[in-house]
Design a binder for this molecule. Structure first.
Ligand SMILES: [Fe+2]
Ligand SMILES: [Fe+2]
Length: 216
């Protein structure tokens, strides 16, 4: 894993009491799953800087909720109350002070219909957080998930993993981000094995034989 992301994985440790209410849907486990999706997505699209800021935004994004229902204000509360409380911690973790505003905007936009213009300087960080949050909507049931709300094409390739990660972790009250990443590595390694079985012609050995014949 990229060392900027690894550093945040090691340092962004959540405690239940960081959350304003004990909420069974928007809790530590949800936040860690969102952070896991951020790492996966940002590595796959090569947007590590934006991914690391989205990690900080994810850490706080649902902390100020007062209940588990539809809430139009928890984004503002997190940006206005939680960010000032935790920004010093983020700076200690290596986040630059000039990136504070980018984290704030991502938190603020995470739960509202309005999208940032795609050329807005903070559009990528915000989109990574929003897609990662959406990939954990399986906690509301399969019917609630709608792929058309995903912004990155790469996120579309992560839907099965989103479902799997939720199913594997939904009863784990002591979930860690490391455990999410372990489940992720196992899932994609298995997926790769299945793909290799389905597409044997793309296996390295067969390609090598063809090229040897062509260039010998
Ligand atoms: Fe939220
Ligand atoms: Fe969330």
């Amino acid at each position: 894993m990229d060392k900027t992301l690894q550093n945040l994985v090691d340092k962004l440790i959540l405690e239940d009491h960081f959350f304003d209410v004990n909420n069974y849907i928007h809790n530590k486990a949800h936040t860690y799953r969102v952070m896991c999706h951020i790492i996966t997505l940002s590595e796959r699209v090569g947007q590590i800087r934006e991914g690391s800021l989205a990690m900080c935004a994810a850490f706080l994004h649902d902390m100020a909720r007062t209940d588990s229902g539809f809430c139009k204000l928890h984004n503002k509360w997190a940006a206005e109350v939680k960010l000032p409380q935790y920004e010093g911690f983020f700076f200690e973790c290596g986040v630059s002070r000039k990136d504070r505003e980018e984290i704030r905007v991502a938190i603020n936009f995470h739960s509202i219909d309005q999208e940032l213009d795609r050329f807005h300087p903070f559009a990528k960080t915000t989109a990574i957080l929003k897609d990662a949050d959406a990939l954990d909507r399986f906690r509301y049931g399969d019917d609630d998930f709608d792929a058309k709300f995903l912004r990155y094409k790469t996120s579309l390739q992560m839907i099965d993993f989103g479902r799997h990660l939720y199913q594997e972790t939904k009863n784990n009250k002591d979930l860690t981000l490391q455990e999410c990443l372990r489940i992720r590595d196992e899932f994609f390694a298995h997926q790769k094995e299945v793909e290799a079985l389905l597409n044997p012609v793309e296996e390295e050995g067969i390609f090598r034989r063809v090229f040897t014949r062509m260039f010998a």
